[in-house]
Design a binder for this molecule. Structure first.
Ligand SMILES: NC(=O)c1ccc[n+]([C@@H]2O[C@H](COP(=O)([O-])OP(=O)(O)OC[C@H]3O[C@@H](n4cnc5c(N)ncnc54)[C@H](OP(=O)(O)O)[C@@H]3O)[C@@H](O)[C@H]2O)c1
Length: 333
């Protein structure tokens, strides 16, 4: 099979499209002919050697994708050949390829009417943001949600999910054009962190209270501002550190602000809880099927264009998500 293989770590890494051995499914596994895989910020970290789990080249990149089941191993009862599935493979990755073999527990059925290439970049971003907002922070209808890094993969998903859950959404970022797109996608207010004082502006928009929930995939100065712009009794979701600096939460502010600083480790959640993960995915896919959630695909690439797709993420040029398509995916579009 054809695969996008990282042959040397780096920034940028060396990526080569090459033949890679296909593997029959073992007990409890399925093999999936992939139509497309989602490109993630995590792919930059993995290929730079900066991810928490270190992979040694050569390895096939790609954490998530969508395709059709072509073989089932012993003991697999949930799927059969021909089923359309969404997959997320945090430990092994290997989704930028014509096919992937993985535990059946890391797949869910895609409802009819949803194109596989449209949904391939869905599990990681929407799964992370829903896990953070619904499971970890218990965002309630009528609350104010501040989403930082709102034009990015998890940020834009959080904006859409926040609206779906009945919150007022303040979206922040550092680029006016991207923020305009985020507003079009549903945010109630946008704040440019480069040109406006972030914490002050969020307080103004909330009549001095601050946000009930702050969703932070950026860290650094943005997290510091979230500490100053989250309401008393509010929750700050620690999602990631796209800005590079891992911040520290001052305990005095946590104490006197009655703040909850909450981690949202979605990868760990999916590994420890395969059945709740599948249930969470099914809930979200149903919202896609009935048109409530519409994932935004920024651009579709071929395998050969993988370096270009990763460069766009590195240069912060992406609004929503990029996907890499196999020949099957290209035939579908
Ligand atoms: N907790 C989890 O399980 C989980 C799951 C997925 C991802 N993550 C983490 O969440 C973070 C965001 O992931 P993503 O997929 O949303 O990434 P992304 O699509 O690249 O978006 C990141 C956003 O952060 C903003 N940003 C601010 N400073 C930045 C900087 N120095 N470099 C890059 N972006 C910067 C950018 O918005 P502006 O350009 O408008 O500033 C960008 O839109 C990453 O740290 C990722 O590892 C965590």
């Amino acid at each position: 099979m054809k695969a996008v293989v990282c042959t040397a770590l780096g920034e940028p890494p060396q990526l080569t499209v090459m033949e890679w051995p296909s593997r029959p499914p073992g007990t409890g596994e399925i093999r999936v002919a992939l139509h497309a895989g989602g490109v993630n910020f995590g792919d930059l970290l993995v290929t730079a050697g900066r991810y928490q789990v270190k992979l040694t080249p050569p390895f096939v990149l790609g954490t998530e994708g969508a395709g059709v089941v072509t073989a089932c191993g012993v003991g697999v009862t949930r799927f059969k050949e021909g089923d359309r599935v969404l997959v997320q493979n945090n430990d092994v990755r290997a989704c930028f390829a014509d096919e992937v073999t993985l535990p059946a527990a890391r797949a869910v059925l895609v409802p009819p009417g949803i194109r596989l290439t449209d949904i391939a970049g869905f599990p990681l971003n929407f799964g992370t943001s829903y896990y953070a907002l619904a499971v970890r922070a218990r965002l309630a209808q009528g609350e104010v949600l501040a989403v930082h890094g709102a034009s990015g993969g998890v940020g834009l998903a959080a904006v859409k999910l926040g609206k779906m859950m009945g919150a007022t959404v303040i979206a922040t970022g550092s680029d006016d054009a991207k923020l305009r797109a985020v507003k079009t996608e549903g945010a109630d207010y946008v704040v440019n962190v480069r040109t406006e004082p972030l914490a002050k502006r969020i307080r103004e928009l909330t009549q001095g209270r601050g946000a009930d929930v702050s969703f932070d995939p950026v860290g650094g100065d943005v997290f510091d501002a979230a500490m100053r712009s989250t309401a008393i009794d509010g929750r700050i979701l620690v999602v990631g550190f796209a800005g590079g600096r891992i911040p520290a939460a001052p305990a005095n502010k946590v104490l006197f602000g009655a703040l909850s600083v909450i981690g949202a480790p979605y990868g760990g959640f999916t590994q420890r809880n395969p059945e709740p993960w599948a249930e969470l995915m099914r809930t979200l896919l149903e919202q896609v099927r009935c048109g409530v959630l519409k994932p935004l695909i920024h651009r579709r690439f071929t395998f050969e264009q993988a370096p270009e797709a990763l460069a766009l993420v590195r240069e912060r040029q992406v609004i929503g998500k990029c996907v890499l398509m196999s020949a099957r995916g290209m035939a579908e579009t």
